[in-house]
Design a protein around this ligand. Structure first.
Ligand code: ADP
Ligand code: MG
Length: 590
């Protein structure tokens, strides 16, 4: 094919794809525009997960009649004038492409009036073309209505989830902007019901109450930053969960840089490190962290969705976040020592952990790493070889040799002996694997054992988890959960899979839904597998749980019978092997 310039509507759709991934992206862009327009009251209305309708109404500055057609042109913005402005962005928008992108993939109407003008402007845009414009009476501010999102982009339409799930994503966007801007009032009306509202009184704590509820907020601590005299100024504000509050996923970590909700692995890592030894392994903290710094210290022009940022001095930012979180946690711990008796802190269990794992860099870790390397080498050995004159061999099921249990280390690992040396088994990972294979087999035969609760449990979920639950109701049923819709985002839980007969089934189910949501991407494993993996993660013995010799024996025997005994359902190793040769080498016998 000869090289040709793309017709504008095709180019428009391609560019739109970067900005508008799903209904929640539209809501995000429209909210950002309202905030940039200095609105104090932002009302989001959606129907059918935003696919049929998204409407964002604000009481901001409005768009003057003479500029209104420009708003939909690509790269048209009132927020930047020159390249130098890019270095110091103080508005949420600046790329001038949101409205153009949204209009390219939907039908948009705009109704807007600056307080200084008598009449407002009404504008209708269909697949990027203005089809109608007239003067109309309207309140000061702006109302943008987006209808039939992606109707002209079948490829996108196909990837949209069920309305409840998309509503959940929108809920996350609205609540996060409410956290970043506690002095603004946000409302979310989903299919005619008020799903969320913030007071707009400037108190982050009140927003958190509206989002997470009293139970959670009572376990949160306000961040206290140490004096930071160094320049340029960098402030860290927000709330973090006390160690009693933890979650199955990282979804409850939120970071805002100059009020922009950003995604940043290193920031999550900084917080996770600050919680080191405070949380059970495999659990994640809850934290809302707001960073404020000079606009020149951060580059927000990294990605069309503006959710990634680059810091001029990343080390300093991460170190400050980590120190502030750690400092706040330790201060709280000290306060509880004085508040209660000195015996409550450190707890005996915590001390036990300390003595078993004297230091991260200690001997134990070195060996763990060595063993992990061995495990990897071992795995590579078994990979099908690519020899030019040989067909690749399929890898058969990798069975375990018969193992003799020797004992338990740190309440976490089982030490065993086999024909080729020593084996360390991660009891949690191994149990997960055993339960997973069993449960998957039962599921396929439709025979998952289910345990009816003495009394049905009423679950009031937030729209995000309610969406996940509704979307997977049938699969959940097959997995032994008996759940009935109970109006809106409420459900009745009547039965759970027998292996999940844990004391707190409510928390267990919430964890499972969170895990389901987190691992929900187009390339993810099948829903059934993800669900079973999540259930087994919750049901398996935990690290730190002492096992009797018989229990260890039984676990190892069952692991030996698994199809894929060497990894847990999430792909982590269940077992590390120290060969006789390796041990001899390490001890200098060879
Ligand atoms: P950007 O936000 O990057 O400037 P957009 O395409 O989102 O680009 O918006 C284009 C322009 O339309 C904005 O620069 C602003 O001038 C105007 N605009 C959009 N939404 C609103 C609103 N809610 N209130 C006032 N002006 C708005
Ligand atoms: Mg914008």
């Amino acid at each position: 094919m000869p090289i040709r310039l793309l017709p504008p509507e095709v180019a428009g759709q391609i560019a739109a794809g970067e900005v508008v991934e799903r209904p929640a992206s539209v809501v995000k862009e429209l909210i950002e525009n309202s905030i940039d327009a200095a609105a104090t009251d932002i009302r989001v209305e959606i129907s059918e997960g935003g696919q049929r309708l998204i409407r964002v109404a604000d009481n901001g500055c409005g768009i003057p009649a003479e500029e209104v057609t420009m708003a939909f042109a690509r790269h048209a913005t009132s927020k930047l004038t020159c390249v130098a402005d890019l270095e110091r962005i103080t508005t949420l928008g600046f790329r001038g492409e949101a409205l153009a992108s949204i209009a390219a993939v939907s039908q948009v109407t705009l109704l807007t009036r600056p307080a200084s003008q008598a009449a407002g402007q009404f504008l209708r845009v269909e697949t990027g073309q203005i089809v109608r414009q007239e003067s109309r009476a309207c309140p000061a501010g702006t109302i943008v209505t987006v209808e039939h999102l992606f109707r002209n982009v079948p490829a996108r339409l196909k990837f949209l989830r069920q309305p409840q799930t998309e509503t959940g994503h929108i809920y996350r966007v609205v609540t996060h902007y409410a956290m970043a801007f506690p002095h603004l009032r946000f409302s979310l009306i989903a299919d005619g019901r008020l799903a969320f509202q913030s007071a707009g009184n400037g108190q982050l704590r009140d927003v958190l109450l509206a989002v997470y509820g009293l139970d959670t907020v009572e376990q949160m601590i306000e961040l206290r930053q140490e004096e930071d005299a160094s320049s340029p100024p960098l402030s860290v504000l927000g709330f973090i969960g006390s160690p009693s509050l933890h979650r199955a996923t990282r979804d409850s970590l939120a970071f805002f840089v100059n009020r922009r909700w950003v995604q940043d692995r290193s920031l999550s890592h900084a917080v996770a490190e600050a919680y080191h030894t405070f949380l059970p392994t495999g659990r994640h903290p809850v934290a809302i962290v707001l960073l404020e710094m000079d606009a020149a210290e951060v580059d927000v022009n990294v990605h069309p969705t503006k959710r990634e940022v680059k810091f001029r001095n990343p080390q300093r930012v991460f170190a400050t976040v980590q120190r502030t979180v750690r400092h706040t946690l330790i201060n709280r711990a000290r306060e509880s020592v004085t508040a209660f008796s000195s015996r409550t802190w450190p707890s005996p269990e915590w001390q036990r952990h300390r003595t078993l794992f004297p230091s991260e860099e200690g001997l134990f870790t070195t060996h763990r790493l060595a063993a992990l390397e061995l495990y990897r080498a071992d795995k590579d050995d078994r990979a099908p070889g690519f020899h030019p004159d040989q067909e690749p061999q399929p890898v058969g099921p990798i069975r375990l040799p018969l193992l003799r249990v020797v004992g338990q280390v740190g309440g976490t690992y089982i030490v065993a002996e086999g024909p080729q040396g020593m084996y360390l088994i991660d009891q949690h990972a191994a149990h997960e694997r055993v339960l997973y294979e069993q449960m998957l087999a039962d599921y396929r035969r439709q025979e998952v054992a289910s345990q009816t609760l003495l009394e049905p449990l009423l679950l009031d979920l937030d729209p995000l988890l309610a969406g996940v639950l509704t979307e997977h109701l049938t699969t959940l049923h097959g997995a032994g959960f008996l759940i009935e819709p109970f109006g809106g985002t409420s459900f009745l839980l009547r039965a759970v899979p027998s292996i999940l007969a844990v004391p707190d089934v409510r928390a267990a189910l919430l964890d499972i839904l969170e895990l389901m949501h987190q691992n929900d991407h187009p390339l993810a494993d099948q829903v059934e597998n993800r669900l079973m993996a999540a259930v087994c993660k919750r049901a398996a013995v935990k690290a730190g749980q002492t096992l009797s010799y018989e229990e260890m024996e039984q676990l190892v025997r069952r692991l030996e019978q698994c199809e894929s005994p060497r990894t847990c359902p999430h792909g982590r190793p269940t077992i590390l092997h120290f060969s006789v040769e390796q041990l001899e080498k390490e001890f200098g016998r060879r």
